[in-house]
Design a protein around this ligand. Structure first.
Ligand SMILES: NC(=O)c1ccc[n+]([C@@H]2O[C@H](COP(=O)([O-])OP(=O)(O)OC[C@H]3O[C@@H](n4cnc5c(N)ncnc54)[C@H](O)[C@@H]3O)[C@@H](O)[C@H]2O)c1
Length: 267
């Protein structure tokens, strides 16, 4: 189950956090992984750690907001590993401010990374995913990082929620478009609850500020209480879901959203 033997995966924003954990897990179940990020030192370190553990990994500098950066990243990956079977659109940024408080610059950055980045990544990977899809029984796969904030509204982060809602429906729409065009590319999204990563930490800080306190421990506890399983998520919880969606075990899934949220949206 959940093996990726012989597959080549590209993960944006995988220097650390959910992307980093997913790159490690993918390599451990047989994939060759390419990591793209703006954090060059951290990304190289993650790739080195995967190689030291016996996996195959490469790091390429990538700014997901730039089309030329994506074409370079795809070129480097295919040159080294020969093809591309899986794209994980994982890079993302968070802004926890209300409609009245956010600046236009902050909004533009959010859109550039969380939305434009996903569109550009999908377009850049498409020719390679089409080619490998035709050569494999169950096709190739895209996994987009949405969020519970792309399924239900958030009191404190409305603009972040808007971008993740966009990712949710872009996933369904591209699944339909690629199906209509006869491409063998499955497209699914994953919807994490609050995950204890750098971004998770950032949500506690920004939510505390939005509530007019500096008590990040209190916002952390409030977040935890919203997860019926009684804890926050960890990056590996999400990595396991991404690996499943990328694998042939999910061959009959496309246009779907896998919710991995400790029960957050069940209430
Ligand atoms: N942590 C959570 O609670 C949570 C919940 C739901 C969804 N998500 C989503 O999961 C994904 C990963 O989040 P994470 O928690 O690992 O956060 P993180 O901040 O630890 O990792 C995000 C990564 O994206 C990279 N990145 C940012 N801008 C980039 C750019 N322009 N080009 C390339 N890379 C860029 C960062 O350098 C970083 O390595 C994001 O899309 C996020 O929105 C996170």
């Amino acid at each position: 189950m959940n093996r990726l033997d012989g597959k080549v995966a590209f993960l944006s924003g995988a220097a650390r956090g959910i992307g980093g954990a997913t790159a490690r897990l993918m390599a451990s179940v047989g994939a060759k992984v390419a990591i793209g990020d703006v954090l060059d030192e951290r990304g190289k370190q993650t790739a080195r750690e995967i190689e030291s553990a016996g996996g195959q990994a490469l790091y390429v500098s990538l700014d997901v907001t730039q089309e030329t950066s994506w074409s370079n990243a795809m070129g480097v990956t295919v040159k080294r590993f020969g093809k591309l079977d899986v794209l994980v659109n994982n890079a993302g940024v968070f802004v926890g401010k209300g409609v009245e408080e956010v600046s236009i610059d902050e909004w533009n950055k959010l859109v550039a990374v969380n939305l434009t980045g996903v569109v550009l990544g999908t377009r850049a990977a498409l020719p390679h995913l089409k080619a490998s899809g035709q050569n494999s029984q169950h096709g190739s796969a895209i996994v987009n990082l949405a969020s519970v904030a792309g399924l239900v509204g958030s009191q404190l982060d409305p603009l972040y929620s808007l971008t993740k809602g966009g990712v949710t429906l872009f996933t369904k729409s591209t699944a339909l478009e690629f199906g209509r065009k006869g491409y063998k590319i499955r497209v699914n999204s994953i919807h994490p609850g609050v995950i204890d990563t750098d971004m998770g930490q950032q949500t506690f800080v920004m939510r505390a500020r939005a509530l007019g306190t500096n008590d990040t421990e209190a916002t952390r506890k409030t977040s935890m209480a919203m997860h019926p399983v009684g804890r926050l998520g960890v990056a590996d919880d999400i990595a396991k879901g991404i690996v499943f969606l990328a694998s042939d075990d999910a061959a009959f899934m496309t246009g779907a959203g896998l919710v991995v949220d400790g029960g957050y949206t069940a209430q």
